[in-house]
Write a protein that binds this ligand. Structure first.
Ligand code: HEC
Ligand code: HEC
Length: 511
């Protein structure tokens, strides 16, 4: 990949928007990343970390067009038989429910702080209410019939209900994702070591990773019974991702930025990655070795190889090297609030900080779910800029996430359309800046968020939340004062934007 070529070709194309140029006859407005300058997986080692991040930023921020393969195909992972995803009024570009809901990642991940006036915008942030994703369950109905005032009750207006049989999810930020992925990898390693021990020798084994309990397993004649295991998306001992810690997605259902990104590209834009996951395992031959990647047109739109494995790697490097949320200094009120959170049990799920043993995140392809050390193509030192995680005494990093990377049952009122109420503990770092809250953005304030995720007696958070609700105003405010110290990073990806500017990338844009 030659970064410079893209910028020159792009500036030229904008001067003469619709004309094909001899220099690069594929370039057009909004199509900045394709043409001759594609990142291939086997070129990764030629690129510096900064070049990879820049290529990843392009994937994250450039609007995809039909010439790139935008549209169609919402399978995750993409399979061979997709195509003809419907679009609203047949306009060819937009569906909204069930994906095809944006042209670029940045449209939904762009608010760093909602508490400044005006809001602070930047790359990688959260989305507002308008960016809430709708889809994709059965996609058989959208029912707005229960709107209106028919639901007046004696206590006032009750909530009217408009239904969609699909998920409703508000975008979180990507900040700190590299540290989270490393932490999850090490937790997975710890759990897999216990699984292996259980297979070798019968007995009951507590499942503890980084001090967090995932229940226990029992083995008899080498066969594992996982009835008492909890907290990961897959609890079936027969599956490869049994007890794999998956920190991403509000349901804790994706193990890495890479896996997440495959789904995001496909769901939001219909951009398919150049090979199916099954193929990857066969053709990949460890980093730097020969790779044969099948070019595919998974959504039958005539565009082959919409996203290369190299571009996907660059995108996951970009996401994993996002800036880290930080904590402002806590005054005595805030420190009191932090103590209260511990006393009433908030920190059993919102674990203030965890330590890793290593500081290098290995990004991998192909990914083997239960072996995070396999097939590492790029290593990133997370103590380096711009992540700047603090190094701990083990030579690892300290991650002040306020979460346990574990899934919990949150009760029927927080459940999704299909009754599923399992959610991963939301990390509270950055929480002061990131309203709206909870998985579907229903809570517009932090207080609402706290109260609503423990409202049902059956919610695992009920005890802590009931204790919070019964506190006096001073103590409640102390908790809020503490949460107010947890902030999003400033100036996200400034370094890359400067780099892009220096490469002439933004010549055509505003000054
Ligand atoms: C239409 C809005 C929208 C677009 C476009 C979008 N996202 Fe997201 N993003 C979301 C939502 C909603 C979630 C939460 C999903 C879930 O909980 O399953 C999310 C979650 C994520 C996460 C996981 C964060 C975490 O901590 O769990 C990553 C990483 C991510 N997105 C990356 C991307 C990338 C890369 C792109 C572009 C290829 C992208 N997103 C495009 C809405 C969007
Ligand atoms: C049993 C585990 C558990 C306990 C205990 C718990 N929480 Fe949570 N918390 C969660 C989960 C899971 C979510 C995400 C729910 C969702 O996605 O809808 C969450 C979400 C939140 C959010 C919203 C964050 C966001 O960005 O959307 C806040 C704020 C919060 N918790 C604060 C607290 C406080 C304060 C307490 C103590 C009174 C507490 N929690 C107790 C599991 C817990």
């Amino acid at each position: 990949m030659k970064l410079r070529n893209v910028s020159i070709a792009c500036a030229f194309a904008l001067a003469v928007p619709l004309a094909a140029t001899a220099d690069n006859d594929n370039v057009d407005i909004g199509k900045l990343f394709t043409g001759k300058d594609r990142v291939q997986q086997n070129e990764l080692y030629e690129l510096s970390l900064q070049e990879l991040r820049l290529a990843g930023m392009r994937m994250f921020t450039n609007p995809f067009t039909k010439a790139d393969g935008f549209g169609d195909g919402n399978d995750n992972p993409p399979t061979g038989s997709q195509g003809q995803r419907g679009t609203l009024q047949g306009n060819g570009t937009f569906q909204r429910i069930g994906g095809l809901d944006a042209q670029t990642c940045l449209e939904c991940h762009s608010i760093i702080s909602r508490r400044t006036v005006p809001m602070t915008f930047g790359i990688g942030g959260v989305g507002g209410v308008n960016n809430t994703v709708l889809g994709a369950g059965g996609n058989t109905f959208v029912d707005l019939n229960l709107q209106g005032r028919s639901n007046l009750s004696t206590t006032g207006v009750t909530l009217s209900q408009a239904n969609i049989d699909g998920r409703v999810i508000n975008p979180p930020f990507i900040f700190g994702a590299g540290g989270i992925e490393l932490l999850a990898n090490e937790m997975t390693d710890e759990l897999q070591t216990i699984v292996k021990a259980a297979k070798d020798k019968d007995g009951t084994y507590p499942l503890i990773a980084k001090g967090v309990s995932f229940g226990s397993i029992t083995s008899t004649d080498g066969v594992i019974d996982a009835t008492n295991a909890e907290g990961t998306a897959n609890l079936n001992p027969a599956h490869d991702d049994f007890l794999v810690v998956q920190p991403f997605g509000r349901k804790g259902n994706e193990k890495s930025t890479r896996t997440f990104d495959i789904g995001a590209l496909s769901f939001h834009f219909g951009m398919g990655v150049a090979t199916s996951r099954e193929d990857e395992a066969i053709v990949f031959d460890s980093y730097g070795e020969r790779i044969e990647i099948t070019e595919t047109d998974h959504d039958n739109d005539g565009v082959h190889n919409e996203v290369t494995q190299g571009e996907l790697s660059a995108l996951s490097v970009f996401v994993a090297t996002a800036q880290t949320p930080f904590a402002k200094e806590a005054d005595s009120t805030a420190l009191h609030g932090r103590q209260i959170m511990q006393d009433i049990g908030c920190t059993e799920c919102h674990v203030p900080s965890m330590n890793t043993n290593g500081k290098n995140l290995g990004l991998r392809f192909p990914e083997i779910a239960n072996n995070p050390s396999a097939n590492i193509h790029t290593s990133v030192d997370l103590t380096g800029a711009p992540m700047n995680f603090a190094e701990n005494d083990n030579g690892g990093i300290t991650i002040e996430l306020f979460a346990d990377l574990k899934r919990h049952y949150m009760g029927p009122s927080l459940a999704e359309f299909d009754g599923d109420a399992m959610f991963t503990t939301m990390r509270l770092w950055g929480v002061a800046d990131t309203a709206p809250y909870l998985h579907d953005g229903r809570a517009l304030t932090i207080t609402d968020a706290i109260v609503e995720h423990g409202a049902d007696a059956s919610s695992e958070a009920n005890g802590a939340v009931t204790a919070f609700s019964s506190m006096n105003a001073r103590d409640k405010n102390a908790v809020l004062a503490f949460l107010d110290t947890l902030r999003s990073p400033d100036g996200t990806f400034d370094d890359l934007q400067d780099l892009a500017k220096n490469l002439g990338e933004n010549k055509h844009g505003h000054r």
